[in-house]
Design a protein around this ligand. Structure first.
Ligand SMILES: [Zn+2]
Length: 227
């Protein structure tokens, strides 16, 4: 079980280094076994993002709120932050970015993966859009197809395999169930409220007013499938 500060991304004691990123020790073991199996099948598996700290998630949130980072609609079109009310702005951010303190990336159990080979010796940059994974000619398609068949053998699943009215579809996001399931159960409404209260977050009143809905729609609504 993680401590409250580990669970909300404020401490890194639960983490270990893997390929230049940080993961929970259990997840790291599962990841390395999966990477080895992928390699045996001619595929290269790399981490785009592992652990993300509370401060980093807070900075993303606040910059989006202030219009310093692009705020996107569900269809990926840029929104004018100043034209939205606080509730609309909050939901627009939550579609793409986790509420600070509630990111599954805080736990070290979750990671974003990609196939590095199409990007080597190329101008091409990973954008983390579904088409890169799900389109037959996408750079990460072969890897994604293999993962949808095999992640469960290594303890992983795809929590954002489909859009269900909360977080956008993220075919690159994997979760190590033996760790994340416990973390998810442990993340209470009280701890979330305590965390939000303690940080300098934009939109704090509206977040606290809507915390039950946020938890239900964006934190508790995940896909349980393997692919
Ligand atoms: Zn992710």
């Amino acid at each position: 079980m993680l401590s409250n500060t580990e669970l909300t991304g404020a401490s890194e004691k639960h983490l270990t280094a893997v390929d230049g990123h940080k993961l929970h020790a259990g997840a790291a073991e599962g990841y390395l076994a999966m990477q080895k199996a992928a390699a045996a099948n001619g595929l290269e598996l790399a981490i785009a993002s592992g652990f993300r700290a509370l401060d980093r998630q807070l900075s993303i949130w606040n910059r989006k709120w202030r219009g310093k980072l692009p705020l996107l609609s569900q269809h990926g079109e840029q929104l004018d932050a100043s034209a939205l009310n606080d509730t609309e702005k909050m939901h627009a951010i939550l579609h793409w970015s986790a509420l600070p303190g509630s990111s599954r990336h805080h736990w070290g159990s979750d990671l974003d993966i990609y196939d590095p080979r199409p990007f080597q010796h190329s101008e091409r940059k990973l954008r983390l859009v579904p088409a890169e994974y799900t389109d037959a000619d996408g750079p990460c398609h072969k890897l994604w197809q293999w993962l949808t068949q095999h992640v469960h053998e290594y303890g992983f699943f795809f929590p954002y395999a489909r859009y269900q009215g909360g977080v956008a579809r993220e075919p690159w996001h994997l979760s190590y169930r033996p760790v994340s399931q416990k973390c998810h159960q442990q993340l209470s409404l009280e701890l979330l409220a305590e965390t939000i209260n303690a940080i300098a977050i934009e939109g704090k009143p509206i977040i606290l007013d809507n915390l039950v809905q946020i938890k239900n729609q964006y934190i508790d609504t995940i896909t349980e499938d393997d692919g």
